[in-house]
Design a protein around this ligand. Sequence first.
Ligand code: PBG
Length: 329
Amino acid sequence: MSTLNFDRHRRLRRTPTLRRMIRETQVTVDDFIYPVFAVEGEGVRNEISSMPGVFQFSLDTLVKEMEEVVSLGIPSVMVFGIPSEKDAVGSGAYHTHGIVQKAIRVIKENFPELVVIADTCLCEYTDHGHCGVIQGDQVLNDESLSLLAKTAVSQAEAGADIIAPSNMMDGFVAAIRKELDEAGFEEIPIMSYAVKYSSAFYGPFRDAADSAPQFGDRKSYQMDPANRREAFREAESDVQEGADFLMVKPGLSYLDILRDISNLYDLPLVTYNVSGEYAMVKAAAQNGWIDEKQTVLEILTSFKRAGADLILTYHAKEAARWLKEGYKS
Ligand code: PBG
């Protein structure tokens, strides 16, 4: 009698304990960075319609939210500010008493151990909604750098533990590093949004941060989604300029890029599980079309498997709860 010759892969999948033992990738709460949006006012808790479960908070409600974040064991938050007034040069971004500076201060006062990351960009603060200053319909590179560096220093002065520039101007890491060092913040790391694509997945964020460009788009500074090798050039220049972390953004459609960058560089690697990715999962879950918990944990696992060390995600609080309950199948 002839026998078939083949491998029995199912042997190692037989029981939950065996599966647990050979699992290659673990997601833990230590991997999460939770993005939060701060607005002026009191008692504000505005839910973003395209991002169920995500809110704009005034400083008082933000502190309550941070209590929950800390109690869930989430180590870090990324703070975005939405100013009540905008202008052409984004003055609110680098004002000592700007909304993001106030938010950082109040979080650090109440939760000194929480790692507070400041998103460094002008788009929430400019009336035209672009990430730098403009002349006509052009977004000016070098003229924007000094304002971004000023923004970073004001955020560090407010107590930010990490500066995360997301503006995609060329030379932003070099410019920010120099000004931080000159201001005595040589110990403050830069988490560079090194590889940031011009993506339709940012749509809901622009509702949350009120930062949609009022004309044109971001294609002259953010990357073309079709390009892979360009990501290596972007990452390389940020490494040369002194970045301490690299980021690939968005996450889900760019897992190949995440894997490439992880193979090429030794810096801690972050991915941003962006607003549109969150909105899609929420919408499908609310319709009963997918199992939200299993879907979210699978997505988060895929980021880790692709090489991410840290994940910026709006799912952080829920995922932290699910991980506590024990996600082992
Ligand atoms: C600011 C910024 C954006 C996001 C993070 N920082 C929007 C953009 O570049 O238009 C997007 C985050 C998300 O979609 O969750 N430049």
